[in-house]
Write a protein that binds this ligand. Structure first.
Ligand code: C2E
Ligand code: MG
Ligand code: MG
Ligand code: MG
Length: 281
């Protein structure tokens, strides 16, 4: 009987595995068609200067409006998009859409702030990245100073000379560069003085327990002072509570992004919040 059960378990597992593989293939198939079916949406999350309450930028965060699954988060489909090579087209679409929207807010509402776009690692490796960015800026008529490109430390660590050369070209173009999820990359800090970057975005894992965990508090404080002496700006991600905000105030971190102020929302919703005065530009 035990043997039979073992066999049954095995079959069950295999059936489960097959189902997983099948689901994965189905998702990949759907992802291939998602662009032409216009199923991607860009959400926007403001970055706030806590001293003035003003919006100083917005991060563009992609979502996939799947006909059956509903809103799929990037954490679920970006890895799949990377694996299948679909990331290049999706990312290009997100960048164009974010730049178009930022320019529209300037022209129609006289609202000027930076829009941040995340670069995937394969996107950063593309030989024609700089040309693509230049072309998108020309097409959308967005001035480069209003585009911020977010790269992670792991991208930055790939091939230092190549990365420096590429970042310098982007700098010449006039765009702004941020290091995303800063502090999670276990990388050498020496790149901070070699790279033409402007902003460190402190990862939200350090903020979660900042009011109760002295280690996290020390890490964020140290990053803040290091950034100041290197002339880098700091944006703190994942601020959810008033207590976290008050702590950040004491260490002079004045630029934040997080649910405390606003979750990522569709463009129309963002406009509504601004119109209601809940967000100030
Ligand atoms: P990220 O670039 O670090 O973006 C910040 C993430 O933190 C977003 O998740 C945002 O919704 C979330 N977040 C912001 N404030 C809070 C908070 O107070 N509490 C909590 N718990 N979370 C907060 P999201 O939108 O799910 O995106 C996840 C990741 O997917 C992004 O992390 C980014 O790495 C990637 N991603 C999103 N859009 C794109 C894109 O267009 N291209 C690429 N290559 N990656 C993208
Ligand atoms: Mg980001
Ligand atoms: Mg981040
Ligand atoms: Mg992240």
């Amino acid at each position: 009987i035990a043997k039979d059960q073992g066999k049954n378990n095995f079959q069950l597992n295999r059936a489960g595995k097959n189902k997983q593989v099948f689901e994965y293939m189905e998702l990949e198939n759907d992802l291939r068609k998602a662009l032409e079916r216009e199923q991607f949406v860009v959400y926007y999350q403001p970055q706030i200067n806590i001293n003035t309450g003003f919006v100083i930028g917005v991060e563009a965060l992609v979502r996939w409006q799947h006909p059956e699954r509903g809103l799929v988060s990037p954490a679920q489909f970006i890895p799949l998009a990377e694996e299948t090579g679909l990331i290049a087209q999706i990312s290009e679409w997100v960048m164009r859409e974010a730049c178009r929207q930022a320019r529209q807010w300037q022209v129609e509402k006289s609202q000027y702030f930076k829009v941040s776009v995340n670069l995937s690692s394969s996107q950063f490796q593309q030989m024609d990245l700089v040309d693509k960015v230049r072309r998108i800026l020309q097409e959308t008529e967005l001035h480069p100073q209003y585009l911020d490109l977010e790269i992670t430390e792991s991208i930055a660590m790939h091939n230092i000379d190549f990365v420096i050369a590429k970042l310098k070209l982007l700098e010449l173009l006039g765009v702004h560069i941020s290091i995303d999820d800063f502090g999670t990359g276990f990388s050498s800090l020496s790149y901070l003085k070699k790279f033409p970057i402007h902003t460190l975005k402190i990862d939200r894992s350090f903020i979660q327990d900042i009011t109760t965990d002295p280690d996290d508090a020390s890490i964020v404080t140290a990053i803040r002072w290091m950034a100041r002496s290197l002339n880098l700006d700091v944006v703190v991600e994942g601020v959810e509570t008033h207590e976290q905000l008050e702590f950040l105030r004491t260490i002079d971190c004045d630029k934040v992004q997080g649910y405390f102020y606003c979750k990522p929302v569709p463009a129309r919703e963002f406009e509504r919040l601004v119109t209601l005065g809940e967000l100030m530009i």
